[in-house]
Design a protein around this ligand. Structure first.
Ligand code: TYD
Length: 219
């Protein structure tokens, strides 16, 4: 159903964006909406989504790991993804179960490719085997400028338990500016990316997401 991996029947939708963009709120509204339509799905996340992936997540987000080399970082995100795709996403899609993921490949393209300066092409190469051609049919990127997003991220509860934010959140403003600019350019690099203005009200953002989804999948 609109995935680039054509024989799969389930749809694969991802949500992306800079820190504090309102992803969690929008995912929660969108999945509630799917339930009202009786559309089944599995919600998952990256880094993580599997037991091994969640262990890798701890290494990646630990602020104590500031010395992490950018290439090592890119491979760790890709390792979590390889496990996620093979253990969970692909088997679900093959069974015809829809999958929604809170972050996926595009976060690596932008955070590691642009933020760390490795380059999007190179990060794509690192991820080729990890994604095993499982590319989302639709990717919502919720755009919020860093001056707003970082403030919001500070105000929301810290689900990973790091009082001053995780390792990525603690990065300097320049890093977050680069992430924002990177996401803005993403539609030029990949298809099926939809940039959503996340600085509007929660309801307006949700309405646009619903509308784009309905148009794409005829529901
Ligand atoms: P997440 O828990 O989704 O944080 P947020 O609440 O900000 O969405 O993601 C953890 C962090 O990992 C986030 O700062 C983005 C970063 N990240 C990458 O740098 N590369 C990746 O490939 C992924 C999936 C996430």
């Amino acid at each position: 159903m609109g995935n680039s991996f054509q024989h799969l029947t389930g749809f694969f939708i991802t949500f992306e964006g800079p820190e504090g963009c309102g992803k969690s709120t929008q995912i929660s509204l969108f999945t509630s909406y799917l339930k009202t339509l009786d559309i089944g799905f599995e919600l998952t996340r990256e880094p993580g989504g599997t037991s091994i992936g969640e262990s890798i997540r701890k290494i990646l987000l630990d602020p104590g790991n500031k010395a992490m080399n950018p290439i090592a970082e890119a491979y760790l995100y890709a390792a979590s993804r390889a496990q996620h795709v093979n253990e969970k996403i692909l088997p679900l899609l093959e069974k015809g179960i829809n999958v929604i993921s809170d972050r996926y490949l595009d976060s690596s393209l932008i955070y590691q490719g642009v933020g760390r300066g490795i380059g999007m092409e190179r990060v794509m190469k690192i991820n080729e085997e990890a994604v095993a051609k499982v590319i989302p049919g639709l990717c919502f990127v919720i755009m919020v400028r860093p001056e707003i997003g970082l403030k919001r991220a500070k105000e929301t509860s810290r689900t990973d338990g790091y009082e001053k934010g995780d390792r990525l959140e603690q990065e300097k403003r320049d890093f977050h500016n680069a992430i924002y600019q990177g996401f803005k350019q993403l539609p030029e690099f990949r298809k099926d990316i939809v940039l959503i203005d996340g600085e509007r009200s929660i309801e307006e953002v949700h309405a646009e997401i619903k509308w784009i989804f309905s148009e794409k999948y005829n529901v």
